[in-house]
Ligand binder design. Structure first.
Ligand code: BEZ
Length: 250
């Protein structure tokens, strides 16, 4: 049975050495290297490249990494009982920028946290239970441990729950996507407007399966660009200008 979060809060994180790889060299990283004198958010999960970890858990921390930093977090750490090669490859695949992926290949940190679970029924051996924690100067302030169940829940260790704990008033940036066409001046204008207002955006470009029909199917318009913010269609560069004119910078 998993211990309760309360049994860890107020305690120091386990002292271990993480065997990482950087520039094709082994590099030892100690617990103190990660936690000493810093405010660190850790989220730990059953395995790199597994569906929930790749499609939900890690991506949302990645999306909110700048927001965590703006709210006093020095570092976000993703931990799994996997080796350094696997963690590095997963980081590349996930296009992670500001999260440290720490390999706990021997499970020593995870065991020290009481979070090592047996997943040999699916050929995984010993892995980490899913949890998150806020660690200040090496001491655990808050833990969110997923409820014990036979599945693999992601209910409380998610990025939004942790951010809300750190600052209930934290402003979560809206997701922005722009459908754009290479060489289109209105698309360039819309992107410049977003950048000037501090919006991060994903760009979907004409080509590689994206056609004017895609644009029309999604937006109801065949005119480039089309901008969407927070699930709402804004429209082209002129509509974006009008919309941003009424908003505070992101
Ligand atoms: C998942 O993240 O979806 C997952 C994790 C461990 C085992 C199987 C699936």
């Amino acid at each position: 049975m998993l211990p309760s979060a309360k049994s860890f809060e107020g305690k120091p994180v386990p002292q271990v050495t993480f065997k990482t790889r950087s520039d094709d060299q082994w590099q030892d990283v100690s617990t103190d290297d990660v936690f000493k004198g810093r405010t660190v958010v850790v989220f730990s999960l059953p395995g790199a490249f597994t569906p929930t970890c790749s499609n939900a858990h890690l991506p949302r921390y990645n999306e909110l990494s700048a927001t965590f930093k703006a709210n006093g977090v020095d570092q976000i750490v993703c931990l799994a009982v996997n080796d350094a090669f696997v963690m590095n490859q997963w980081k590349l695949e996930q296009q992670v920028q500001d999260i440290t992926l720490l390999p706990d290949g021997n499970g020593e940190f995870t065991a020290g946290m009481g979070m090592l679970v047996d997943k040999s029924n699916i050929g995984f051996g010993k892995r980490s239970w899913r949890y998150s924690m806020l660690v200040r100067n090496g001491v655990i302030e808050k833990m969110f441990i997923e409820p014990a169940s036979t599945g693999d829940p992601l209910e409380v260790s998610d990025a939004d729950t942790m951010l809300k704990y750190i600052n209930p008033q934290a402003v979560v940036p809206e997701a922005v996507v722009i459908f754009a066409k290479p060489g289109c001046p209105h698309c360039a204008r819309a992107k410049a407007q977003l950048e000037a207002r501090g919006y991060r955006y994903d760009e979907i470009s004409l080509g590689q399966g994206i056609t004017s029909s895609t644009l029309r199917a999604v937006s109801g318009s065949g005119t480039w660009p089309q901008v969407f913010i927070g699930g709402r269609r804004i429209g082209g560069a002129d509509e974006l200008e009008a919309y941003l004119g009424t908003r505070k910078a992101a």
